[in-house]
Design a protein around this ligand. Structure first.
Ligand code: PCA
Length: 209
């Protein structure tokens, strides 16, 4: 049976004019993968309130089998496959609505942490086979990206789907660092390709290939 696959990206935040994951969400939308699967890309707000509302309605209404969320981290040098989401919101820069929660539990009845259900090791191997720099990360931070990842995994635990969900952090894209050459960056189309590979790796695991 064909899988329903959703990829999310985020709006710009923290004073940045752009977000490479906006490019990913917009450009992966409608893309037909080499196995014939069509991917839906959705742009998400960077807001404690609106991210949660939108994410939960996407999950309830679209019922994806696979949800891969993507976000920018300005501190990384390669693609980070996030292994774990933790039950905390501790915001360093206000979200796009000006909210700045500190040391708050995401769900007071939720688990302390959830592991990604994406096959992060297999994705890593496949990215490296394609010569794309990537690593497994053991912290998605305590901002909106960790928040979204935690909410999706928390939802999956309660509702039994998405079968596979997790988070991929990407560095800046070249366009964002033209006047900041000390910052690490990657080509946006390589980032897009990396997300497509991640989907195919996840599907391959599900099909026991
Ligand atoms: N990165 C932020 C939130 C949105 C985004 O793209 C984060 O790492 O939490």
């Amino acid at each position: 049976m064909t899988k329903k696959i959703i990829v999310t990206g985020f709006e710009p935040f923290g004073g940045e004019k752009d977000n490479p994951t906006k490019y990913i969400a917009e450009n992966i939308n409608g893309r037909v993968l080499s196995n014939g699967t069509v991917v839906e890309g959705i742009l998400m707000p960077v807001s404690v309130k609106r991210t949660a509302d939108m994410l939960i309605s996407i999950l309830e209404e679209k019922k994806p089998d696979i949800l891969i969320m993507t976000g920018l981290s300005g501190k990384i040098n390669d693609i980070n496959l996030e292994r774990v989401a933790i039950n905390i919101l501790d915001v360093r820069i206000p979200d796009n609505d000006g909210n700045k929660p500190v040391d708050e539990l995401i769900d007071k009845d939720g688990e302390t942490a959830y592991f990604s259900t994406l096959p992060v090791r297999k994705i890593l191997e496949d990215l490296h086979l394609n010569k794309i720099p990537a690593s497994i990360s053991n912290s998605a931070g305590t901002y909106i990206c960790n928040y979204g990842m935690y909410l999706a995994l928390n939802f999956a635990k309660k509702h039994g789907y998405p079968e596979k969900t997790g988070f991929i952090h990407v560095p800046f894209m070249y366009e964002q660092v033209l006047d900041r050459p000390a910052l690490s960056s990657m080509d946006k189309n390589t980032l897009l390709k990396a997300v497509e590979i991640s989907i195919l790796s996840t599907l391959a695991i599900q099909n026991n290939e």
